[in-house]
Design a protein around this ligand. Structure first.
Ligand SMILES: Cc1ncc(COP(=O)(O)O)c(C=O)c1O
Length: 386
């Protein structure tokens, strides 16, 4: 027996084995899916298993939460029935009258919820271009601002907010920083290590990676009073992820590091080829040196710049729509992060009032051969431009 300390396995190794989840009864290397909604109480009236009922907690959900907490480097994670359920739980943990600053360029449905529903509940919401730190500072209302919410890189322009600087600004004002890190993924960025208090993921996207689960996740930097409130909100509102979805997510996360590496490498290659394409007015991707957020992205993202990019089509809105109509390999669909590549005319879904330019096509890059993806898009761009 060696006295050496046990090895500290890498995140990739731990993810591949789902943290070594072995079923204690059968020794199966794939853990069972726990579907029970209720649990036997001990004869002395205790609940020693730690499980009482299916709405607060579930063993399969816990297994997936442990893997995600490990990937993000936080002490605890919570899984929800969707990304929106996870995000809105953070805002619902605030008090009426509290002020929130959120990125102007962000996932449109959450922006709509914030400016609509959340204000009806008594939250005061300011939208700011958080990639501009002075704009973020100006938006803060000292004493009233309790939460700064950023998305980076943010939908669908892939603007980049400096997480460490935003954390400093938020904390100096007595507010917390929450980061929607869906498009960075824990492989490229670990916001908690940069000072964020909460990380949110639409686990529907690259965490699961196979376009067959709707799920959301939060990971905390500390198990404090706000985390306790968020946990109570999930329990009381019944917003927990279902066990089948948790199992699929657990399976998806085993290959997350490999998928993200391949998808981000392809996105970088595609962005480089599309930037300068005669039918493309601009390629928006934080990995391109002339992207305004490149320097910050290079600092806070490692091993790649993500699997999402956008192009602005030179011929304008109708040519953009015509391009999306002509692809064969890319799938014309909303969402992102799956193994299959998706293309979307984004303004059509975001509607009026969105900062999304009408000539923009959003591309979610999958694991297909990047040369095939380029050839298909190049042909569609050229045909639509004719
Ligand atoms: C960046 C981002 N955040 C949050 C969400 C919401 O996630 P869900 O659709 O799982 O509710 C999405 C969905 O597209 C997203 O892209």
């Amino acid at each position: 027996m060696s006295d050496a300390a046990p090895p500290r396995w890498s995140r990739r190794t731990l993810a591949a084995q789902a943290m070594g989840c072995i079923d204690p009864v059968t020794k199966a290397i794939v853990p069972p899916i726990h579907v029970a909604t209720t649990y036997i109480r001990d004869e002395d009236n205790a609940y020693r298993s730690g499980f009482v009922y299916g709405r607060p907690d579930n063993a399969t959900v816990r297994e997936a939460e442990e893997v995600l907490a490990m990937l993000e480097g936080g002490p605890a994670a919570l899984l929800f029935g969707s990304g929106m359920a996870a995000a809105t739980a953070v805002f619902q943990a605030l008090d009426p009258g509290d002020h929130v600053v959120a990125s102007k360029v962000m996932y449109w449905a959450l922006r709509n919820w914030l400016t609509g529903e959340a204000t009806r509940w008594g939250l005061s919401v300011s939208l700011a271009e958080t990639d501009d730190l002075d704009a973020l500072r100006r938006a803060i209302e000292p004493g009233r601002t309790k939460l700064v919410w950023i998305e980076t890189p943010s939908n669908p322009l892939w603007t980049v907010t400096d997480i460490a600087a935003a954390a400093e600004i938020a904390h100096a004002a007595g507010a917390r920083l929450a980061v929607d890190s869906t498009t960075a993924s824990p492989i490229h960025t670990q916001p908690l290590s940069l000072g964020a208090d909460i990380v949110m993921h639409a686990a529907t996207k690259v965490l699961n990676g196979h376009s067959d689960v709707v799920a959301g996740a939060l990971v905390t930097a500390s198990e404090d009073d706000v985390w306790a409130r968020i946990t109570a909100i999930r329990r009381q509102q019944g917003a927990i992820l279902g066990p089948f979805e948790a199992y699929l997510l657990l399976r998806g996360m085993r290959t997350l590091p490999l998928r993200v590496a391949a998808q981000s490498a392809s996105a970088l290659a595609l962005a480089g080829r599309l930037d300068g394409h005669p039918a493309v007015a601009a390629a928006l991707y934080p990995g391109l040196p002339r992207h305004p957020g490149h320097a910050v992205a290079a600092r806070q993202m490692r091993d790649g710049f993500g699997y999402m990019l956008s192009i602005r089509v030179a011929g304008g809105e109708q040519t953009a729509i015509a391009t999306a109509a002509r692809v064969g390999l890319w799938k014309r669909a909303t969402s992102l992060g799956g193994v299959e590549s998706l293309i979307e005319h984004r303004a059509s879904i975001e509607g009026p009032g969105s900062p999304c330019p009408p000539d923009l096509l959003r591309l979610s890059v999958g694991i297909e051969d990047p040369d095939d993806l380029y050839a298909d898009l190049d042909a569609a761009l050229r045909a639509a431009a004719r």
